[in-house]
Design a protein around this ligand. Sequence first.
Ligand SMILES: C[C@](O)(CO)[C@H](O)COP(=O)(O)OP(=O)(O)OC[C@H]1O[C@@H](n2ccc(N)nc2=O)[C@H](O)[C@@H]1O
Ligand SMILES: Nc1ncnc2c1ncn2[C@@H]1O[C@H](COP(=O)(O)OP(=O)(O)OP(=O)(O)O)[C@@H](O)[C@H]1O
Length: 290
Amino acid sequence: MSETFMFEPTPASFWPAPAKLNLMLRIVGRRPDGYHELQTVFQFIDRCDRLRFEVREDGLIRRLLDVPGVAPEDDLTVRAALTLQDATGCRLGATIRCEKLLPMGGGLGGGSSDAATTLVALNRLWSTGLDEDALAELALPLGADVPVFVRGFAAWGEGVGERLTPVMLPEPWYLVLSPPCSVSTRDVFMHPELTRDSVPATLADFVAGDVLNDCLSVVRREYAPVEEALEWLSGWGGGRLTGTGACVFAVFEDRSQALRALEHCPPAMRAFVARGLNRSPLLAYMDTLA
Ligand SMILES: C[C@](O)(CO)[C@H](O)COP(=O)(O)OP(=O)(O)OC[C@H]1O[C@@H](n2ccc(N)nc2=O)[C@H](O)[C@@H]1O
Ligand SMILES: Nc1ncnc2c1ncn2[C@@H]1O[C@H](COP(=O)(O)OP(=O)(O)OP(=O)(O)O)[C@@H](O)[C@H]1O
């Protein structure tokens, strides 16, 4: 059996930073600043990074655990905390402990979600009192995926992912494969052969089964492990790419079917089973603090 990591509930003392899946992704244009205009459907899954925050009186922002290959000043949790300090003039600081369980460069949005959880958590712990719209505005410059994690609802996304319309979707089980490679979002968006002029779709098209991801052909050509994962999933009803990859996923109506597929997963492939969620575990965690 492959190396697997099953879902473990996030202990109550941790702030969760859940992963997302892009259930479809169309690239419908390019802005003058080079960013691409997208249409996408975001849904959360119940697999999360785990964060803890300690408020400091000295105003400093400190990171407790290293994220491999990411300098402290580039860490999205640190940048999110500094952004909130700047925006509010808050003189408090924080020590941030971020336990990474989500693969990096996987298209699961782990770094973006860490940033969103930091904004939401420190806004509460520092009593800075920003509302959701203000936090989402601070979120966007940190990354195109950060606003959806701040808002916490499965969404139809347009623009660069900041124009979000909440959607209620089925909440199936997913088998997520994490191929042994990291895909740079920037490299995929820079690729000369990327499709950039897809005909815009509607949410109704998605619901009717149009689950195209325009990054797929470039990513499967450039990254052999992604291609291998997709080939394997073709025997289980077919796989899809999330974001720019590298992770791919298949959809199952119930958990036991997903677990059966997981048991047959090739040994070299890291994989896990997760539940689709229309409401983020971050919001559920906030409910427990009320
Ligand atoms: C592919 C998605 O994950 C889909 O949800 C997101 O659009 C990417 O979001 P993200 O990782 O937060 O991306 P960012 O950190 O904002 O951008 C990384 C790089 O990807 C390119 N980029 C990103 C998003 C976008 N709509 N067009 C782009 O061209 C830009 O070159 C940018 O420098
Ligand atoms: N706390 C963090 N956790 C993960 N990555 C971080 C963090 N801070 C900065 N980064 C940088 O952000 C990059 C993207 O990380 P992330 O794990 O979000 O990728 P991703 O899942 O492909 O995201 P997306 O789907 O949003 O493109 C990393 O390669 C890393 O350089």
